[in-house]
Design a protein around this ligand. Structure first.
Ligand code: FAD
Length: 367
């Protein structure tokens, strides 16, 4: 009796892992996506006013793509038939220079490469990809803990809902941040030290950051001719934007400029109060009456960030040196956004990293 061929195991159901699965499925190569969380999307997270993942959500992770500068994203969005809309920018911009001065107001200028958003939230992208995959392809609540090299493939050790299981793969595509892979998965035999140190020193893009949202009944700032965009040297949010959804749910969001350690020390309630005080300073008393607020601290999320991501590490740079060397080179492919040679760290990087990972798998399947 011959046993069924080993599938490709993809670690991570973020954009990179799911798009790799889409490409392999199109090439008739069986694959399974293992995801530790109870949801797909990874850093892509679109939620409702209660913070629950939603098909009409606010983007706690990525909000924007730049179709002019990132044609791969424009093509994917078109291929999936998704609706897009430009980031709201009509109206004046506010600038807060110092705490003892009121905000100054400036006319806004159109961006060179305009930012676009997806109707429903960025999660529309991963749901459209996942919906077209076979039902049993994505396995949630499945934490990969160890990879062990075997003569004809890889033993993938997984903890699923508390139970330890072992799966057998011909190849593994690790579609997660390299630094997180180094931190969360053990290898037998051990990964070559040069490769391992490259993984650990690659910053996970945006992992040190947090986003704050205030949701409103209406976009009251437009009445005053404001775009919702503000920049501040006072904080806690250095950058604020309109986050109103395509369906018209009004919101403002800001990146929280307070470092991860200080955020942890302050706690969510104090941070929320500080962000709300800033919105009132900038946009007036109506800003103080949100219907809900949302705060997502990515540095505190151990399915994205490691301890090293508490400190901003800069943008990952394209690096042509191989991600995997030595004994593992034929069986393990790194495929998260940070490994891309173009736009690493971005959504576009996740797409190109997936294309490159799938190409390598297809090549070895045809050997
Ligand atoms: C706040 C924020 C704002 C951003 N803004 C933008 C933006 O506007 N535009 C843009 O282009 N990019 C932006 N980004 C970056 C963008 O989110 C990423 O480039 C992209 O989502 C990365 O996708 P990925 O699949 O490579 O990795 P991830 O989305 O991180 O996916 C990795 C997956 O692996 C899973 N995983 C981890 N460990 C294990 C394990 N042991 N076993 C199984 N599964 C595991 C994780 O749960 C996750 O689902 C932003 C990111 C953040 C956090």
């Amino acid at each position: 009796m011959t046993s069924a061929p080993r599938p490709i195991v993809i670690i991570g159901a973020g954009l990179a892992g799911l798009y790799t699965a889409r490409l392999l499925h199109a090439a008739n190569i069986p694959c399974v996506v293992l995801e530790v969380r109870d949801r797909i999307g990874g850093r892509i997270l679109s939620v409702d006013a209660h913070g629950t993942p939603s098909a009409d959500g606010f983007d706690l992770g990525p909000s924007w793509f730049w179709p002019q500068a990132q044609p791969v994203m424009a093509e994917l969005v078109q291929e999936l038939g998704l609706d897009v809309f430009p980031q709201a920018s009509d109206g004046d911009v506010l600038f807060e220079r110092m705490s003892r001065e009121g905000p100054q107001r400036f006319q806004s200028y159109p961006q060179e490469a305009r930012s676009f958003r997806l109707a429903g939230g960025t999660a529309a992208l991963v749901h459209a990809i996942a919906d077209a995959l076979p039902a049993d392809c994505i396995q949630l609540n499945s934490r990969v803990t160890q990879l062990a090299l075997e003569a004809d493939g890889v033993a993938v050790h997984v903890v699923r809902n508390g139970d330890a299981i072992t799966m057998r793969a011909s190849h593994v595509v690790a579609a997660l941040p390299p630094r997180l892979l180094a931190h969360a998965v053990t290898f037998s035999p051990a990964i070559d030290e040069v490769a391992r140190s490259k993984w650990s020193s690659t910053p996970t893009w945006m992992a040190p950051h947090a986003k704050f949202f205030a949701l409103y009944e209406r976009a009251f700032w437009a009445d005053a001719g404001l775009s919702g965009t503000a920049q501040s040297m006072v904080g806690p949010m250095p950058e604020i934007h309109d986050a109103t959804t395509a369906s018209g749910q009004a919101a403002l969001f800001g990146f929280v400029g307070v470092g991860a350690a200080q955020r942890a020390a302050m706690g969510d309630a104090a941070l929320t109060n500080a962000c709300m005080a800033q919105l009132i300073r900038l946009f007036g008393p109506e800003a103080g009456k949100p219907r809900a607020t949302l705060l997502k601290d990515w540095a505190a999320d151990d399915c994205t960030a490691t301890g090293e991501d508490r400190v901003p590490g800069g943008h990952p740079m394209p690096d042509p040196a191989p991600w995997v060397t030595g004994e593992w080179a034929d069986r393990l492919i790194l495929g998260g956004s940070e490994t891309s040679t173009s736009e690493p760290g971005y959504l576009a990087g996740a797409v190109t990293a997936a294309e490159s990972a799938a190409r390598r798998v297809i090549l070895s399947a045809n050997r």
